[in-house]
Design a protein around this ligand. Structure first.
Ligand code: DGL
Length: 280
């Protein structure tokens, strides 16, 4: 399917998506850094988690979400999901050449600079670890350091359910942290945008000496840079709005906004997939 050229306009919004509520960790940083910009956030909760899906499926979902956000006036698309970035970022850039994209890859580069003992633990999904982006980053920056990959099945579902501190979540978390700590990791990279919501629990489990890296501030800075380079930054004094969409259940999304962002009465709407097309 070809796509009519939609040229991004400075009056547009920042479009952002994730498989679910994880990308809200990025949304929080972007809203804090760019308070004058409007935000459209899509949580594809109907397909969460992405981590166990095929690359082809994640590409198709990412394309459908991108089309929806462009039609709704997005001027940049922030792929606030390591998994979707791994599977779909280069495909999205090829498919929508006029549109600026900001994507992400686990923060191995800063972790390698920070580790004292030369052991870095990375927590992410199988799709993220299997992607070329990750391979390149480890190859390029990981020399001389042991970079250990740890998948964390079940953790995203806990965060989606709002179970950040329950005994089950803590036990699951411990089972993923123990092998990393046992191997001597002194630096942890949270390579999934859901995991920053577990930082208080992770900190308690790993103690103060372990460094925890998550990328939301860096993504917010990159979004500002990309908008600036393209002349797409909003004018000061713009009336910024934030709209949140979910392909799942709107009350659950509203609950997540309260719990994760402290946002009461967030503007939440439900979207539906119909034959690969996303709409209201
Ligand atoms: N928040 C996501 C990521 O950054 C998605 C995880 C998933 O849906 O499996 O990888």
């Amino acid at each position: 399917m070809t796509f009519p050229e939609i040229l991004p306009k400075a009056t547009g919004a920042i479009g952002m998506f994730d498989s679910g509520v994880g990308g809200l960790s990025v949304a929080r940083a972007v809203m804090a850094r760019l308070p004058g910009e409007s935000l459209l956030y899509v949580a594809d909760s109907a397909h969460c988690p992405y981590g166990a899906r095929s690359e082809a499926e994640i590409r198709a979902l990412s394309e459908g979400i991108t089309r929806f956000m462009l039609a709704a006036g997005a001027k940049v698309i922030v792929v606030a999901c390591n998994t979707a970035s791994a599977a779909a970022l280069s495909y999205l850039r090829q498919t929508f050449p006029q549109v600026p994209f900001v994507g992400m890859v686990p923060a191995v580069k800063p972790a390698v600079q920070l580790t004292r003992d030369g052991v870095v633990g990375v927590m992410a999904t199988p799709v993220t670890f299997g992607g070329r982006l990750y391979e390149e980053v480890v190859e390029h920056y990981g020399r001389g350091v042991r970079v250990i990959s740890q998948t964390c099945p079940g953790l995203v579902e806990r965060i989606e359910a709002g179970d950040l501190e329950t005994p089950d979540t803590l036990a699951l978390l411990r089972s993923y942290l123990d092998p990393l700590l046992g191997a001597g990791a002194d630096t942890l990279v949270l390579g999934c945008t859901h995991y920053p919501f577990l930082i208080p629990a992770i900190r308690r489990l790993v103690g103060d000496s372990v460094q925890i890296l998550e990328p939301s501030e860096a993504i917010a800075r990159q979004t500002e840079r990309v908008l600036g380079q393209r002349g797409l930054l909003g004018q000061p004094g713009n009336a910024a709005t934030a709209r949140f969409f979910t392909t799942g259940d709107a009350p659950s999304m509203a609950r997540a906004l309260r719990q994760l962002l402290g946002l009461e009465n967030g503007d939440v709407a439900r979207l539906q997939w119909r034959e690969g097309v996303l709409g209201e």
